[in-house]
Design a protein around this ligand. Sequence first.
Ligand code: NAP
Ligand code: MG
Length: 492
Amino acid sequence: MAKSKKKMSPALDFNTQWRYKPAPENSDHIQIQKAYDLFINNEFIPPVNADYFPTINPATGKKIADIAQAENIDIDKAVVAASKALKAWQKIGAVERGKYLFRIARLIQERAREFAVIESLDGGKPIRESKNIDIPLAAAHFFYHAGWADKLQYAFPNQTPKPVGVAAQIIPWNFPLLMAAWKIAPALATGNTVVLKPAETTPLTALKLAELIRESGLPSGVVNIVTGDGSAGAALVDHPMVNKIAFTGSTEVGKIIQRKLAGSAKKYTLELGGKGANIILEDAAIDQAVEGIINGIYFNQGHVCCAGSRLFVQESVAELVVRKLKDRMETLVVGDPLDKNTDIGAINSASQLRTIKKYIKKGIKDGAELYQSKCAIPGGKGYWCRPSLFTNVSQAHTIVQEEIFGPVLTLQTFRTLEEVLNKANNTFYGLSAGVWTDKGAKIFTMTRGLRAGVVWANTYNKFDPASPFGGYKESGIGREGGLHGLAGYLKF
Ligand code: NAP
Ligand code: MG
């Protein structure tokens, strides 16, 4: 007994003994204007009311730039521009449309460093992720859809699908450029035109993309980018000339949009919230599984719709997994998003940090046990949260049921596959899940039983443009990516 106790508390002081020296990414090369207007008809034009709001660097709390707040009349201008551009864009032909997409993809690759730094500055995510994941995947989405533009007859044999028309696209703050690419690339490949609204707290890379789109020579009005708060998004949804709504964001706003669209002819896809189950079976490779848990919930500060925020561990290995997980949590570096050593950057906004803190308080109040890594966090006015793990939780706990959208993990144990399938499916959400096991047969049992749009086996948070993504239940309607994603922008 005494022996195992000793094992449980290794003398690991990562912060003082093993920390690397700071390695900040150079940000001298980036160009950010003091203020950004609305991108309509390939021009930046001021909003009618001359109203601007600041976008903040969440690591410092300081303003980066002023951003135009679009009013209904500005939204109308953008939708009219997109509508007028439709005819010429369709006439241009599929091969030419593909070439524009290839050009945009290549330009993103050329500017990858600048995009990565701006993404981390504006949104707070570690530069390692912006550089290795967000920006390359954004380019990959344009490349992938460029390939489809002139091959739709093979994607949908014996059918003659037509573009839907004007697509209104509304995106969240957790993967700003990547979400813009997920939306714009398939819409253009299928011959539609676009009005995109980025999130209020992370508009900068979408506006940089607007500059790049203008440089690519894309005909004016094909892509329009309007900034503003939720009211700008609502005006887009309401606009009568919009033919399709592609929304990614919270289930709450998704429901508002769906209610509004009831009975209308507008097509829509909704990519909403999640509460992913990450399931570790006793025969899993435990060290890899622990990395998968870390990646599943602490990646991008837990600001991931498909985060593995509910951990289920088979009882016989639970003690071992918890010990290894806590050890690994102690080695995570919370800090400057621009530092290449950083694992967990800044929480995206003051309001998101308040939400996360509220849930942590609620978890403690409901009797769950909180473990937070003892890592140092930067001082100053940034928004930070240590990696957090709740044990002693049950299905009824609010922190198990509701999406926290932060680096907060809950842990439950189970004995049988049937039990864990019941627990994992006992949620309003159904976006993602992960299974860790040595046995292929168990993977198939679990993937058949899990009600989730994506199920990873022995990995987590892996994305590919060819793979459709989307939710069951309250996690959404429709799919993005792959063939399924193309269909969402076509009429048959
Ligand atoms: P959100 O509050 O729903 O906002 C999403 C977008 O909608 C933002 O651009 C927002 O503008 C806008 N918006 C707000 N109210 C609106 C309204 N009434 N009508 C139209 N648009 C409106 O979500 P969020 O907090 O930005 O993002 C986090 C959520 O997104 C999480 O729930 C996460 O799970 C989900 N998400 C899902 C996926 C997926 O693929 N399933 C991917 C990423 C994120 P403002 O920025 O001004 O509020
Ligand atoms: Mg910001």
